[in-house]
Design a protein around this ligand. Structure first.
Ligand SMILES: C[S@@+](CC[C@H](N)C(=O)[O-])C[C@H]1O[C@@H](n2cnc3c(N)ncnc32)[C@H](O)[C@@H]1O
Length: 268
C-alpha cells in the first residue's frame, strides 16, 4: 500500500463524516455478540460503535501499524473493544468466528492498493469464512450502479457543466487519462466524488473510489451463496449542496449522482 503522506489529515478526513458512518449501526442485528471491523484505521468508528453497544465485543483490524497503535491508546480501559495489526486472512487461523463483519470505507482501498477485483473477492470470501452461520456482512463504501438509465448526450451536457469550472478542468483531464473518457453517469459521478481533493491529487486521483458496482456485489454474493438483505445508495447532504453550488445542477440532475452505498448480506 502507498505510504500515507499526511496520516493526521487522512485520519481527520476519515473521522469527519462519523455520524454518517454510524448509520451502519442499524444493520447490526439484535442478539449480536461479536463484530469484526476490517480496516478500522485509528478505531474512530469501532470505538463509537463499542460505546453505542456495550454488550457487544468489537475487534478492529488494520494493516497500518501506527493507526492500530493509536486505536489501542484510545481503547485503554475499555473492556468491549480491542485492536490488532493483522490482515483479515491472518485472522482466519484464529478459531474465533463473528456475528458481524463490517467493511466501512475500506473495500475501494483493498481494490486500489491490492490486486484489484481479486483482492475484493478474496476479502469477501475471507469475511464469509470468518462469519458464523447466519452471520451478517455489512459494507459501507462509495458504491454506484453500473446502470443509471441516462443517455450519453445527458452525460455530455452534465460534463460540460463541470468543465465550465476552469480550475478543475486539469483534474478531469488527468482523471480521464487514468480511467478513460467520461461517457457514463458512473464515470462522471466518480469524478464528482474526488475533484475536491486536488491538494492530495497524487494519491486520490489514482485511487478507484467506485471499483465495484452494486451489480457486481450482487454477483459476488451470489457466488458466495450469501443472501443480500439490504442495498441502498444515497448522497450525503453536504455533497449534494456542494455539487449544486459548484456546478449549478438542478434537483432532477442531482438525483442521478450518489455518494454512499450500504449493503447488508447474510451467510446462509
Ligand atoms: C479509508 S480508511 C477507513 C477507516 C475506517 N473504517 C472508517 O470508516 O473511518 C481505510 C483503512 O483500510 C485500511 N486497509 C486498506 N487495505 C487493507 C487491507 N488489505 N487489510 C486491512 N486494512 C486495510 C487502511 O490502512 C485504512 O486504515
Amino acid at each position: 500500500m502507498d505510504e500515507i503522506v499526511n496520516p493526521n489529515r487522512y485520519l481527520e478526513r476519515m473521522s469527519k463524516p462519523l455520524q454518517e458512518k454510524l448509520k451502519v449501526a442499524k444493520f447490526i442485528p439484535e442478539g449480536t455478540k461479536t463484530v469484526l471491523d476490517v480496516g478500522c484505521a485509528d478505531g474512530t468508528v469501532t470505538l463509537a460503535l463499542a460505546e453505542m453497544y456495550p454488550e457487544i465485543k468489537f475487534v478492529g483490524i488494520d494493516l497500518n501499524k501506527e493507526f492500530i497503535e493509536d486505536a489501542k491508546i484510545k481503547a485503554a480501559g475499555k473492556t468491549n473493544v480491542s485492536f490488532e495489526n493483522v490482515y483479515l486472512r491472518e485472522r482466519l487461523s484464529n478459531p474465533e468466528r463473528f456475528d458481524v463483519v463490517l467493511f466501512c470505507s475500506v473495500l475501494h482501498e483493498f481494490y486500489s492498493y491490492g490486486e484489484g477485483i481479486s483482492t475484493v473477492v478474496k476479502a469477501l470470501a475471507d469475511a464469509h469464512e470468518i462469519l458464523k452461520k447466519n452471520g451478517r456482512l455489512i459494507i459501507r463504501d462509495m458504491i454506484l450502479y453500473d446502470y443509471a438509465g441516462k443517455s450519453q448526450l445527458w452525460v455530455k451536457e452534465m460534463k460540460e457543466k463541470v468543465t465550465v469550472k476552469g480550475e478543475i478542468a486539469h483534474l478531469l483531464a488527468d482523471f480521464e487519462t487514468i480511467f478513460g473518457e467520461t461517457v457514463s453517469v458512473k464515470q462522471l459521478n466518480h469524478f464528482l466524488l474526488k475533484y475536491m481533493y486536488g491538494d492530495n491529487w497524487e494519491r486520490e486521483g489514482r485511487e478507484n473510489y467506485v471499483p465495484v458496482s452494486f451489480e457486481e456485489y450482487d454477483q459476488i454474493f451470489k457466488l458466495l451463496g450469501m443472501m443480500v438483505l439490504f442495498q441502498r445508495s444515497s448522497t450525503i447532504p453536504y455533497l449534494k449542496e456542494k455539487w449544486r453550488t459548484d456546478f449549478g445542477f438542478a434537483d432532477s440532475e442531482l438525483e442521478s449522482f450518489r455518494s454512499t452505498g450500504i449493503i447488508a448480506a447474510k451467510k446462509l
